[in-house]
Design a protein around this ligand. Structure first.
Ligand SMILES: Nc1ncnc2c1ncn2[C@@H]1O[C@H](COP(=O)(O)OP(=O)(O)O)[C@@H](O)[C@H]1O
Ligand SMILES: N[C@@H](CCOP(=O)(O)O)C(=O)O
Length: 316
């Protein structure tokens, strides 16, 4: 029996300054995995099995799992191309908590499409796959956005173009930066956290948003860490979402007092992230978050670097 297994890393959507258009993939510095994996095996009949720390939080019923929806979507796309359907079963290892702000649904979606495409000898190119991933992410979160699927798939820090090809651009990132990600253990629905946002923003906010993105990209390319971190603030979502995140303001105050370069909500939360330029600062922030931000036994934190590899086929 041939099996293809793909791992897709967790990601930080928005990275504070780039609502829906900027994302970053995460790799814990201790070498642990932080992401879901999906295996595709030859089989006469489709089935989906699940395991992993957060498998019991998935909606009951195979048909309600986003991985099954990816399978259906992929088969339809093969049919449109005139390619025979795949005869496979799938297995999801659900390591990321649902509604965490770590791109949990994106991780499952990306691992599923990547494994299906690899198993089928890669009938779809990168951009076509990314469009499929975005479509499925949109089905689950209320609107199509690529800031989790793109970094999880491509690795690194990615900027969305709004085009069909290329869907996303890979940006440089600072190798020296540590990214502390702390999940509180609560669940925040991305769809609900999107519904509470205003439908329109004033001129000043639009100008700040555009200026920040422009300055950030320029600073990344010139290697100007100070300028890059100075524009990592959120003028779109944070003020509306932080009421969903107990101890958010205290966490930021502590992180900044310790010397963190930036602090914000990861995706729609409740995970928060801090950027530090030394391991000792990252560790101090992590210790505080573990003691004060985590709310229950589901919570956890990791000190990460940017995962530059993105989704990959892994062995059994
Ligand atoms: N494999 C899966 N991984 C994550 N969520 C899934 C999966 N399959 C179905 N779901 C459902 O999709 C929704 C994802 O919620 P969302 O708030 O977008 O999570 P996240 O922000 O962590 O991606 C939840 O209602 C969850 O039950
Ligand atoms: N740009 C999206 C990102 C959502 O990320 P998630 O990890 O919470 O699904 C948003 O901010 O709504």
């Amino acid at each position: 029996m041939v099996t293809t297994k793909a791992y897709a890393p967790a990601s930080i959507g928005n990275v504070s300054l780039g609502f829906d258009i900027l994302g970053a993939a995460l790799a814990p510095v201790d070498g642990q995995n932080l992401g879901d994996w999906v295996a595709v095996s030859d089989a006469e009949q489709f089935s989906l099995t699940v395991d992993g720390r957060f498998a019991d939080r998935l909606p009951p019923g195979t048909e309600n799992n986003i991985v099954t929806k990816c399978y259906d979507f992929f088969q339809d796309a093969l049919a449109t191309k005139g390619v025979a359907k795949l005869k496979v079963s799938m297995h999801l290892h659900k390591a990321l908590p649902i509604g965490s702000g770590l791109g949990s649904s994106a991780s499952s979606i990306v691992a599923a499409f990547y494994a299906l495409n690899a198993h089928a000898n890669r009938p779809f190119d990168k951009d076509t796959l990314l469009l499929m991933m975005g479509e499925l992410e949109g089905q689950i979160s209320g609107s199509v956005h690529y800031d989790n699927v793109a970094p999880s798939y491509l690795g690194g820090m990615t900027l969305m173009t709004g085009q069909d090809a290329p869907v996303a651009l890979c940006l440089p990132s600072f190798e020296e930066w540590y990214w502390v990600a702390c999940y509180s253990g609560l669940s925040v629905s991305t769809a609900a956290a999107r519904r509470i946002l205003p439908k329109e923003f004033d001129m000043q906010t639009c100008l700040t948003f555009g200026r920040q993105i422009g300055v950030f990209i320029d600073a990344l390319y010139r290697g100007d860490k100070k300028l890059a971190s100075s524009v990592m603030t959120d003028v779109i979502a944070e003020q509306h979402r932080k009421s969903l995140l107990p101890h958010f303001d205290e966490a930021r105050s502590y992180a900044k007092a310790q010397g963190a370069l930036a602090f914000g909500i990861s995706g729609s939360g409740p995970t928060v992230f801090a950027v530090a330029d030394s391991l000792s600062t990252a560790q101090a922030v992590q210790t505080w978050l573990n003691e004060h931000y985590i709310q229950n036994e589901d919570g956890f934190s990791h000190i990460c670097k940017i995962d530059t590899a993105g989704t990959r086929v892994v062995s059994e």
